[in-house]
Design a protein around this ligand. Structure first.
Ligand code: ATP
Ligand code: MG
Length: 495
């Protein structure tokens, strides 16, 4: 047998929930993913953000210059390689912002004024894989370029709140907002000098990592999670005390909006973020539910980056959200995506019904009804009983929508509901031949199609006599006592 090839370590396949995974693989399902993307797109649209797509591979120099040489990402997490064709030094993007800024500069994209943009897709970091930490993961990234004032900082924080809320997360309970101001470069330089002097005076308390950071990036020591250093770090000089009036006014401008709309936050003076380019506002949404992988979303201002990468100076603010981590959080707190089962399962009674059944399915789909058709196997169509069993099993695999009362009401009402693209939620029933025929007749593409006449008893589906097909709402009743529908009383098995 040929050798089985496996995915690269730390890089995952995302399956629908119907494919069981090993218990050790804590990964989101694709249905959760699709729900997240739909929700995110809808929220982004409402805030006026537009999509930008940049390449996954960029010149290595972009990230070294953009993210900073002594950051974790550039020091040890980048997937960098030489292009074997021409020797170019390339890197799989470890985040979106640098590529977006490169695109702005290269195409002079801010020429006509500021832009609100978003990007979504895989990023790559060579880290030790564990729950919530992967080597290929996905980020939703949002950037506003060209706006200097605090409004857009606040807008982006509000956008994250809306997104988290619409996914069902509760502030205070599942996620918390932390904010800080990193000031301007001169203020940071003064603080940094005071900090270096302080850490040098306490050098004996620094662990090996921090000793090294003292030489390269002393601010990162504040981010240390080493419990032995916490008291010393807590007493270190605070950047807040070095911030001038303008910086404080910007910070107050952001806070005034958050206060004004009742968004609770904590000022975390130790929040520095892992990338070099930030100034003024920084923020993070954190959770206690995912252990040490506690940051779900983080970002802030980076007014100097565009100029640093060779562009005409322009302010900017943005954030990145780890999609896998967010979806794991949703799962951890018991939030499930909405039911994505089809509205109807098409059961085909025999060969004669196969083609018109498919035409009817097309007519319904054109009306917005999600239809799953029982497809032939190598031996043709199985018995009706087997097909109904499949329809039931499908329901078993999805969450129940509300109660499961049998579908009553008139055929016309059922038709109206279905034509409107909504199978009655929480109802059970079968859409019969006549209702299906009407939908076909109403559909300009299919109005010529005739469904084969039924020879079946409407009272009880009997395989040997059943030659037409039935629409089967995915939540068909298994209750033997259900009332048998008559032609007059309803759509349930009107054939
Ligand atoms: P951390 O401190 O957890 O390493 P970070 O500061 O490196 O996070 P950012 O660079 O700000 O993270 O990336 C934004 C978001 O991407 C994070 O808040 C997190 O949700 C997610 N993220 C970061 N690294 C990973 C990873 N290796 N796997 C999955 N998600 C990640
Ligand atoms: Mg990291």
């Amino acid at each position: 047998m040929a050798e089985i090839l496996r995915a690269v370590k730390g890089m995952n396949d995302i399956f629908p929930a119907s494919v069981p995974r090993k218990a050790s693989e804590t990964l989101p399902t694709s249905s959760m993913w699709q729900w997240f993307e739909q929700t995110a797109r809808s929220v982004l649209h409402r805030y006026g953000y537009q999509n930008l797509m940049t390449p996954i591979v960029e010149p290595t120099a972009l990230f070294v210059r953009g993210i900073g040489e002594v950051t974790d990402i550039v020091e040890k997490e980048m997937y960098s390689f030489d292009d074997s064709m021409n020797g170019d030094k390339l890197t799989l993007r470890p985040e979106h912002t640098a590529g977006i800024v490169r695109a702005m500069i290269e195409h002079n994209a801010l020429y006509n004024g500021p832009l609100r943009l978003w990007a979504m897709g895989p990023v790559f970091r060579h880290e030790r894989p564990q729950k919530g930490r992967y080597r290929q993961f996905n980020q939703l990234d949002v950037e506003a370029l060209g706006f200097a004032g605090p409004d857009v900082d606040a807008e982006q924080i509000l956008l994250t709140r809306t997104l988290l809320r619409e996914l069902g997360l509760k502030e205070g309970e599942h996620v918390r907002l932390e904010i800080n101001s990193l000031g301007q470069p001169a203020e940071r330089a003064a603080h940094r000098a005071a900090l270096v002097a302080y850490f040098e005076a306490h050098a004996a308390l620094l662990d090996e990592d921090s000793q090294r950071r003292l030489k390269t990036n002393p601010l990162r020591i504040l981010d240390s999670k080493n419990p032995a250093m916490q008291a010393m770090i807590d007493a270190a000089p605070k950047l807040m005390d070095f911030l001038g009036a303008e910086t404080l006014a910007h910070f107050d401008g952001v806070r005034a909006v958050l206060d004004g709309v009742g968004l609770a936050y904590r000022i975390n003076t130790r929040l520095v973020r892992g990338l070099d380019y930030y100034n003024l506002t920084v923020f993070e949404w954190v959770t206690e539910q995912l252990g040490s992988q506690g940051t779900v979303c983080g970002g802030g201002r980076y007014d100097g980056l565009i100029e640093q990468l060779g562009g005409k100076p322009a302010p900017a603010v943005g954030w990145g959200l780890g999609i896998e981590r967010l979806l794991l959080l949703l799962e951890a707190v018991g939030i499930a995506p909405p039911d994505q089962a089809p509205d109807a399962y098409l059961v085909v009674g025999g060969d004669a019904a196969r083609v018109p059944a498919m035409a009817a399915a097309e007519a319904l789909r054109a009306r917005g009804v999600a239809v799953l058709q029982h497809a032939q196997g190598a031996d043709g169509l199985p018995s009706l009983k087997a097909q109904f069993k499949k329809a039931n099993a499908l329901r078993a695999g999805v969450r129940r929508r509300g109660t499961c009362a049998r579908h009553g009401g008139s055929q016309a009402a059922a038709r109206g509901r279905i034509a409107a693209g909504r199978a009655p939620p929480g109802r059970r029933g079968v859409l019969g031949r006549r209702a299906a025929q009407r939908i076909i007749d109403d559909s300009p593409d299919f109005s010529g199609q005739r469904l084969p006449a039924s020879e079946a008893s409407p009272r009880r589906p009997n395989e040997s006599r059943q030659t037409d097909f039935r629409w089967h709402n995915n939540s068909i009743s298994r209750n033997k006592n259900r009332s048998t529908p008559s032609r007059r009383s309803g759509p349930a098995t009107a054939t």
